[in-house]
Design a protein. Sequence first.
Length: 297
Amino acid sequence: MTAVITLPSSLDDLSFEQVLDQLAPHPADAKVIVDARHTTFATPFGLTALLTLAQTRTDMAEFLPPEDPDTLSYWARAGFFRHAEELFAVRGTVPRPRGAGESEVLLEVTPVTKSDDVHAVVERIQQKAAHILINKLHLEPRATMGFTMTLSEACQNIVEHAGRGGWVMVQAYRYKKRLGGRLVMVIAVCDAGVGFRRSLESGQRRPLTDRWDDAMALETAVVNSVSRYGEAGRGQGLKGIRGYVHRRDGKLSVRSGTARIAYVPPWDDDVPRREDLAPFPGAQLQITIPEKVGAAA
């Protein structure tokens, strides 16, 4: 029997939980159709997480693309279908990407499997990111260096910990839901690898506690900056990301396995910790940097 997984009209890091809830009862080798026909909006997290979902299926899932022509065109420009056609059995014809025009997609959906990919990603968007950060988000020039470090560290986590390739996408867009139309820069990095709990276990970095689950693993890695590697200085990547996001009044969320941790700024009403979520392999990270308002740094 084939299971139909219906995507919400707006696909982001929170609504993606609806997708995973539908998927949870079906084993990895079950026949699945992912129905995006009525989806009209997707964030970088939504698009990269969809490709990650496809990687978790042992039997290739079918994919029904959005019917809305503007959405279809955007997904093509964002590079989604270029990779989706290798991972899904895509029904129908999807458009070929044309010039990005005035799109604020800084980095289309891009695979990351090795350190060379990380360097290439950073090189490709440094200039465009600097323009957006300084001229549109009104951040000080030194914010560009921190942004580059943050992007690099987020991608490097895939290389060092995932055990398989992942995906990154970077975009700037108007955030009407929470910030009244202020511009935000969003980085999404998703993989279907071993996840934080198994990564820490593999390096024998699990804390001495009877309570050990995905939530505790996230707290150990993200909050306490513990890496699976025992050498001094390891685990500082996520600490650096946290610091950068905090200084820019931004938001960081990290999901792994059945748990999610978020550093939530005053402008957002997310919760800092979620447990007992539908299981999803690997780790999924989102960073949101908002436009600065007023003269305060």
